[in-house]
Design a protein around this ligand. Structure first.
Ligand code: ADP
Length: 195
């Protein structure tokens, strides 16, 4: 089993690249953003609580997303590996994930960190707002807030995984296919090292 974290700021292309990676490697895709949007669509109490935070660019509480991930891990015992997208977003989430994986006798194989400059991120979110229908994409103040939360709470997650030498930085500007090729090259290398 090979598990991967696709890491990077909002708008760095995690969702786009995840779609291509799950097709190629048959990973089980776990995106906490998608899981939360599905709760919102079903109008569950959890979804309603999450929506008000997401619309402000704030994070949903750690225990909520950790619970969702724990449930998803239990429900998918026979997979090739997991691709975590948008999770972990805090050091506490990373520590919880390590424990959950350890309990299942597995671990993170690599953290691929997409590097994109801030102004490019804002322009991508502005563009995405035109088609995504996501209320958290539409407002520039919310976008700035998400980037601020990312720098404060999420960037430290990279340092957590640097301790075990798992982080590989990837240039996130360029064509979707070129970035996908870079990601695939690293994954193939890491996978061959892990067997
Ligand atoms: P993006 O594609 O911009 O990175 P996501 O779809 O991953 O955004 O997440 C959208 C929103 O959902 C976040 O701004 C946050 O409010 C919430 N969210 C998603 N994943 C997490 C998480 N792991 N921890 C806390 N909040 C989360």
């Amino acid at each position: 089993m090979f598990n991967l974290i696709l890491f990077g700021p909002p708008g760095s292309g995690k969702g786009t690249q995840s779609e291509k990676l799950i097709e190629k490697y048959k990973f089980k895709h776990l995106s906490t953003g998608d899981l939360l949007r599905s709760e919102i669509a079903q109008q569950t109490p959890l979804g309603m609580e999450a929506k008000s935070l997401m619309d402000k660019g704030q994070l949903v509480p750690d225990e909520v997303v950790i619970g969702m991930i724990s449930t998803a891990l239990d429900a998918n015992k026979d997979v090739n590996g997991f691709l975590f997208d948008g999770f972990p977003r805090t050091t506490a989430q990373a520590e919880a994930l390590d424990k959950l994986l350890d309990f299942n006798k597995t671990s993170i194989g690599a953290v691929l960190f997409l590097q994109v400059p801030e102004e490019e991120l804002i322009s991508r979110m502005v563009n995405r707002a035109k088609t995504s229908g996501r209320s958290d994409d539409a407002d520039e103040n919310v976008q700035r807030k998400r980037l601020e939360v990312y720098s404060r709470d999420t960037l430290p997650v990279a340092n957590h995984y640097r301790k075990s030498d798992k982080v590989v930085e990837i240039e996130g500007v360029g064509s979707v296919d070129d970035i996908f090729t870079s990601l695939s090259t690293i994954i193939d290398k890491k996978m061959s090292q892990s067997v």
